[in-house]
Design a protein around this ligand. Structure first.
Ligand code: MIC
Ligand code: SF4
Length: 642
């Protein structure tokens, strides 16, 4: 039987297990990336493993999230990261150089390789034929230490693209359409593999937009073949030597197939507060908008910025509109500065930000109260923009531009003839903001600011767990709900005692206090609990507050792995209808936990408040069970090393 692109790359990297969906496999990791918001923890954990130098082919530490620097915290973290990189053999991308995913695509990604990143949008690398997966910082630390990455073998779904995108319709509309059809749970346990004649007309960055937002489908990752389009991109990045052809065999078999005719697509838009709440732009045209933001790892490539410059040329944005633009990387920024594109944007009234995540993660540019904002980002979860009652819509750069110039949600097809953008044969290459580590870093001293607090330690799994249900939440709770981000909270990422005060703040501001007052407790969730960001703080901070287990109808992959990594038991209902039998405030007892987990036997929750029992399960590999028994991955790694 022929093989898909995903199978070829996974098999090439398989360390243990078989590609049978659902069973656990381990793969060798060639490259890792971290960003500053998850990186500090990841490197503290790497340090704790006691390994002198990273064992990957390439590891890069980016600074792109926490760049507002309203106090010393972020700047201290950057300095810490820079010194860690030099010590352990990691490339360091200085603040201002760009967003990790865009940069990795431009300068480091290699078709056919595996990439593990402590950021859920790491699958951006799939746009150039990598198996690029998002994970918690501890898993990335383990990969840097030479451990394979464990994951449930995914199903492989063929997304068969036909035809060509009409003018003004973009890669973003392809993935929004898939989100409309499949929902934020639709990709769970799956790799989305794109093929068909339609892919030929999608350039590398349009492909990267699609694989980037595969994260919103909940997919393990997404991948395009490495073909002539990939080659042209790498050649223009002066990296043709990194190219090799990787395409699916003609008789490759897939677990599922989805057909999509690009020529029938229209501009699409995701409505508040979920990326799968998608409609056609034409359905909501005319809605007044007060802010438009163009940027993020999803949509800030050179082609998109050149389009923005052309559309904005000679125009003035309406009085009630704030237009914010953030080019994805310094390569894009510098090119725009050199070719006059920036002048066209500024001339129209755009506010130009540095090449960072910025508004996407609530680092500035929070919209006004009760306003409507259209953004080219990938997430519009409640409160993420920094303004809880703002309505955040997600669309393509084209839709954002049409909206920015008209002041209302607008269909870009009404902008007239689409500008014809020619991409350079050679991009502007300037790697002077990437610091290559010295060959011997053993003498480098790590610089720690007062914001960097020691890692809290998880404890081995006890045999009896008693306590209170602290919170019960509904389906699709995101890690943004559990551990909010934004300019106020993000600087505390390397200070767990301080950041823990904000756990579940947007859902219930009393959560942290109640958890501390009752010496910890439990959380009950619905389907797809913990979707979204890879931030391990959504497990680590609850662990610090004494959360011992989370019971949900189902879990998102990265969050479930993070819970195990930090010694929190991820339980599921044996019968989903029992969700109604447990409430916030209930007193729960769980007996023989250790011995049951050792033997992989189901457990029974004794609800003392209601006088009932609930059968619960856990779907964990032997390795994961041992990790939990040891009290999390760090303890487990330390035990297996000693
Ligand atoms: C996000 O888009 O939510 C983030 C911020 O990039 C996160 C990582 C983090 O929380 O630091 C992600 O996507 O994993
Ligand atoms: Fe940064 Fe936003 Fe991309 Fe996350 S989704 S990496 S916050 S730009």
């Amino acid at each position: 039987m022929g093989k898909s692109v995903a199978q070829k790359i996974l098999e090439d990297h398989l360390v243990s297990g078989k590609l049978e969906p659902g069973t656990e496999i381990a793969i060798r990791i060639d490259q890792t990336l971290t960003q500053d918001a998850t990186g500090t923890m990841s490197y503290l954990q790497f340090e704790a493993m006691g390994i002198p130098r990273v064992k990957t082919k390439l590891s890069v530490s980016y600074v792109d999230h926490n760049t507002l620097q309203t106090g010393f915290e972020n700047a201290d973290d950057h300095r810490f990261l820079q010194s860690v990189a030099a010590k352990y053999g990691i490339h360091f991308s200085r603040p201002g150089n760009g967003i990790c995913h865009q940069l990795n695509l431009e300068r480091f990604g290699v078709p056919g390789r595996t990439l593990l990143g402590s950021d859920s949008h790491t699958p951006t690398g799939g746009g150039i034929g990598m198996i690029a997966i998002g994970a918690g910082g501890l898993d990335v630390a383990a990969a840097m230490a030479g451990y394979p990455f464990y994951l449930p073998a995914p199903k492989i779904v063929l997304v068969n693209l036909k035809g060509e995108l009409p003018d003004w319709v973009a890669g973003k509309d392809v993935i929004l359409e898939l989100l409309r059809r499949l929902s934020v749970k639709g990709g769970v346990g799956k790799i989305m593999e794109y093929a068909g004649e339609g892919i030929k007309s999608l350039d590398a960055t349009a492909r990267a937009t699609i694989t980037n937002m595969g994260a919103e489908l909940g997919a393990t990752t997404s991948v395009f073949p490495s073909d002539e389009v990939t080659r042209a991109f790498l050649k223009a990045q002066d990296r043709e030597k990194d190219w090799k052809e990787i395409v699916a065999d003609p008789d490759a078999e897939y677990d599922e197939t989805i057909d999509l005719d690009l020529s029938s697509l229209e501009p699409m838009i995701a409505q508040p507060h979920s990326p799968d709440n998608v409609v056609k732009v034409s359905e909501i045209e005319g809605k007044p908008v007060q802010q438009v933001v163009i940027g993020s790892c999803t949509n800030s490539s050179l082609k998109e910025m050149l389009t923005a410059a052309e559309v904005l040329d000679g125009k003035t944005i309406p009085e009630g509109m704030s237009l914010v633009i953030s080019p994805g990387s310094r390569q894009v920024y510098e090119t725009l500065a050199g070719n006059g594109g920036l002048a066209k944007m500024v001339g129209a009234g755009a506010r130009i930000m540095e090449s960072t995540c910025g508004a996407c993660i609530g680092m500035g540019q929070a919209p006004p109260s009760g306003s409507t904002t259209v953004r080219t980002f990938n997430r519009n979860f409640l409160g993420r923009s920094g303004t809880k009652d703002a309505l955040v819509y997600l669309g393509s750069v084209e839709t954002a531009l049409a909206t920015a110039v008209s002041g209302v949600v607008a269909d870009p097809r009404k902008l007239g003839k689409a500008p014809s953008i020619t991409l350079p044969e050679h991009y502007l290459i300037n790697d002077n903001m990437i610091i290559v580590p010295p060959l011997d870093g053993s003498k480098v001293e790590i610089i720690r600011g007062p914001n960097i607090k020691p890692l809290p330690q998880a404890k081995p799994l006890p045999d009896k767990i008693e306590g209170t249900v602290l919170l019960k939440v509904e389906d699709n709770i995101t890690t943004d709900h559990i551990m909010p981000a934004g300019a106020k909270i993000l600087p505390l990422r390397s200070n767990i005692p301080a950041i823990a005060e904000h756990v579940f703040e947007v859902v219930d501001p009393t959560f942290a206090k109640r958890a501390k007052d009752s010496g910890g407790g439990f959380i009950v969730g619905g389907e797809n609990y913990g979707q979204g960001s890879s931030r391990e703080h959504a497990a680590l901070a609850p662990m610090y507050l004494g959360v011992k287990w989370v019971l949900a109808k189902s879990f998102a992959r990265i969050h479930k792995a993070n819970l195990v990594n930090f010694g929190i038991l991820p339980l599921t209902f044996a019968d989903a209808d029992d969700y109604g039998k447990i409430e916030s405030g209930d007193k729960i007892r769980l007996e023989s936990v250790r011995s049951s987990v050792e033997k992989d036997e189901p457990l029974t929750l004794i609800n003392e408040t209601k006088g009932t029992e609930i059968a619960v399960e856990y779907d964990l590999s032997e390795r994961q069970r041992n990790t939990l028994l040891d009290g999390g991955l760090l303890n487990h790694v330390k035990r297996s090393v000693s």
